[in-house]
Design a protein around this ligand. Structure first.
Ligand SMILES: [Zn+2]
Ligand SMILES: [Zn+2]
Ligand SMILES: [Zn+2]
Length: 731
């Protein structure tokens, strides 16, 4: 009788046996491997992995981990014989809660438990891991990296396989997969302080800040924006006392980037947070003195962290900008300056560990509640897990919010606070908290897309690298959420200011796009076309700007634009002409409603073309059968090659136009409503040339006025032949 544990790329068989002796045996013909598992608990079906024994080396090991050792033996054996190794993943515990319990006795399970906890994006997630993953088996997948050395023929198997990495996964929670490297020598630096108030953490922060300020003068200090202080700062008078102040002489202060979490708050918490804000009512009082207890937990703990790092001043938006529903004047004045506030800070503390300002930062770090010691599986010593900053950021609520994008990317130095570890990033170093100061893993190789890339490009990059940096930030920005859709441009305005001032020549800001690179900037493409019900008609953004898309709707840009455009910028106009005297250039630019451009325009499909069903022009092969929603479909127009046709696909929003014996042109519509209108015959689409690679799909509003409905990239050469350049308006 056999039962299968399987996954997409490999299968381990589990044979029920009465014996409790485990023997690895060859797979029967046709199966990949036989996997004996016999520790069925007396109670029921679940295998009992947790029984622990003590080996000759006094290392305590559970049955689950012993199975991993057998798997390693199987690998070694098949390698020796030259037969294929078993592939796939091996279940070794019934769920995370079981590992957590087992970790009290099994040394290796302790490392696995710690690794899975350090991989959690938020403190909440780490605290609830045992509950959210209940009954989800935990798997191990050994990944071998053989170092073939042709000069040494008699290389021992041990040496060949010393480079194994253990990938630990929880079923249905693939985002929490974590890699644990191993080595032939022991490593004892597993244990970081469980208590985040430990002086060790403050020392680590101080040493990072000092090293950067002293040793990275050429790479990091130069990224500082100016010597100005923010309009208001928080003076940290003592452990419990704070004071608002305005100071002329340059001081060192820390800035804070965090999630307010307004969408997640209970009414009581919301009230608490509103009470913590600085308003016209408490402003005067706060200039005298106020208690740290007036602030929510995240802000309180942040100020404590700053104080321990030796700083006497802090800048936090909700405390240093006067808040008020009715009077936005201070916000309007301060918002454009935010880029200098983050740009001038000694460092920015980025709170990645929680999604609400009411949650504490200084809460116990569960990954380190069990003291972990060096241990091995078949002679391979486990090393602390490799959890990179980039991986942590991907699962952090901070990277899902709009405002935090510029706070992070305008800061020359960022200290990342994650649930179980702190990280540092400056232009010169990407570091993770470690147990011993001597071992400082440099994560540079692992995180090529460092947060300071944009600042570095603005400071001494070429026009191309700067522009690439801008497009990559916008791409990330369109995926993020915000509580107030009116902040669509304000939350990006700091980055826009920084970009504009680095251009060195006049470059008008045009509702999220730039005058000097307009043709390329207009060529964004929706990552996925927008279903009708997602359109928010309350927003007024021009159709040609990515800002007109619903929030969290991603876009893509062509990586390179080597073909400078056919489209030329002439001028622009704004929604409200009365505001054109507004103080801030970027603010003005974010009110641009229309563009006057000079370019070539022609009908997208031939005037005699007929509309035909999408399926009738698709190449009928195995691929189209399997993947009906392919973004790169193959077409077949050979039935009547002289007949011009056009068609659109309601599943993808793709649209195609074919002219007799010419390469077809494929475009992407932004909204499903446009697809329906094409199918009903109520939408005629024109092509407006952008660059040699891309043109806009536009709809005529009146005369020479058009609005965007989509984009086409990689079109055939000669598409615009014989068309004269004219003036158009885009709205
Ligand atoms: Zn165990
Ligand atoms: Zn174990
Ligand atoms: Zn630095």
């Amino acid at each position: 009788m056999s039962e299968t544990w399987s996954d997409e790329d490999g299968v381990f068989y589990r044979l029920r046996q009465s014996s409790s002796v485990y023997i690895a045996h060859q797979a029967p013909r046709g199966t990949s491997y036989c996997w004996p598992t016999m520790w069925l608990s007396s109670k029921g079906k679940q295998p009992d992995y947790s029984k622990t024994k003590i080996g000759l080396d006094l290392q305590s090991i559970c049955r689950g981990c012993t199975q991993i050792e057998i798997l390693l033996d199987l690998h070694a054996e098949s390698r020796k014989k030259g037969t294929p190794s078993p592939t796939g993943r091996l279940p070794f515990h019934n769920d995370f809660a079981e590992i957590s319990e087992c970790a009290r006795r099994c040394h290796t399970c302790r490392v696995f438990r710690q690794a899975l906890l350090t991989r959690c994006g938020t403190t909440d997630e780490a605290d609830a891991l045992a509950v959210t993953t209940r009954h989800c088996p935990v798997y191990v997948r050994p990944v071998f990296n053989y170092q073939e050395d042709s000069t040494q023929e008699d290389t021992s198997v041990e040496r060949l396989e010393s480079n194994v990495v253990f990938k630990i996964e929880i079923l249905h929670h693939s985002d929490k997969a974590v890699l644990i490297p191993s080595s032939s020598t022991a490593n004892s630096s597993f244990n970081l302080p469980e208590n985040p108030n430990s002086p060790w953490i403050a020392r680590q922060i101080k040493s990072w800040v000092e090293a950067c300020h002293q040793d990275h003068r050429q790479s990091c200090a130069v990224l500082r924006w100016s010597s100005e202080n923010p309009t208001r700062l928080i003076r940290i008078v003592s452990e419990s006392e704070l004071q608002l102040c305005s100071i002329d002489e340059q001081v060192q202060y820390a800035a804070l980037s965090y999630c307010w979490g307004s969408q997640l708050l209970t009414e009581k918490d919301g009230e608490l947070l509103r009470g913590a804000m600085t308003t016209m009512e408490n402003l005067e009082q706060r200039y005298e003195s106020f208690s740290i207890s007036e602030l929510p937990a995240t802000l309180r703990d942040a100020i404590t962290i700053f104080r321990r790092a030796g700083l006497a001043y802090a800048w936090i938006d909700s405390v240093c900008i006067i808040q008020g529903q009715s009077d936005m004047s201070d916000f309007i004045r301060e918002a454009p300056r935010m880029h200098s506030y983050y740009g001038n800070a000694s460092f920015t503390l980025a709170v990645c560990s929680n999604s609400r300002a009411t949650e504490a930062l200084l809460s116990p770090r569960s990954a380190f509640s069990e003291v972990t010691q060096s241990c091995h599986l078949r002679g391979r010593y486990l090393l602390p897990p490799l959890v990179t900053l980039a991986e942590m950021l991907k699962s952090s609520p901070l990277t899902k919010r709009s405002w935090t994008l510029q706070e992070e990317h305008l800061s020359p130095r960022v200290l990342y606070w994650t649930p179980n570890r702190i990280y540092w990033s400056c232009a010169d170093a990407q570091l993770a908290e470690t147990a011993t100061p001597a071992v400082q893993p440099d994560l540079n190789d692992l995180n090529q897309d460092m947060p300071q890339t944009f600042l570095v490009a603005c400071h001494h990059g070429t026009a191309e690298t700067r522009h690439r940096g801008w497009l990559s930030l916008v791409t990330s920005y369109t995926l993020r959420d915000m509580s107030n859709p009116n902040d669509r441009f304000p939350a990006l305005s700091g980055l826009a200011s920084r970009y504009q001032s680095s251009c060195g020549q006049k470059n008008a800001y045009l509702s999220g796009l730039w005058e000097l690179t307009l043709a390329h900037d207009l060529s964004w493409r929706v990552a996925k076309f927008v279903p009708r019900d997602e359109v928010d008609s309350s927003q007024t953004f021009p159709s040609w700007s990515w800002a007109s898309l619903p929030l969290c709707h991603g876009i893509e840009y062509e990586a390179e634009s080597q073909n400078p455009g056919g489209l030329e910028f002439v001028s622009s106009w704004s929604y409200d002409t009365s505001e054109t005297d507004a103080i801030d250039d970027i603010y003005k630019g974010s009110r641009v409603a229309g563009l006057r451009v000079r370019a070539r325009l022609r009908p997208f499909w031939h005037e005699e073309a007929t509309l035909c069903p999408w399926d009738s022009i698709l190449e009928q092969n195995a691929n189209t059968q399997r993947d009906r929603s392919s973004m790169n479909p193959e077409f077949n127009f050979w039935i009547v090659p002289e007949l011009p046709v056009y068609s659109t696909d309601p599943h993808t929003g793709l649209i195609v136009a074919y002219e007799a014996r010419k390469k077809e042109t494929v475009g992407q519509l932004d909204y499903i409503s446009s697809v329906y209108r094409v199918l009903q015959g109520s939408l005629t689409i024109f092509a407006l040339e952008l660059t040699g690679r891309a043109f806009l799909l536009v709809e005529k509003i009146q005369d020479s006025r058009f609005r965007r409905v989509g984009i086409a990239q990689d079109y055939r050469s000669g598409f615009f032949d014989g068309v004269a350049v004219s003036d158009f308006q885009l709205v």
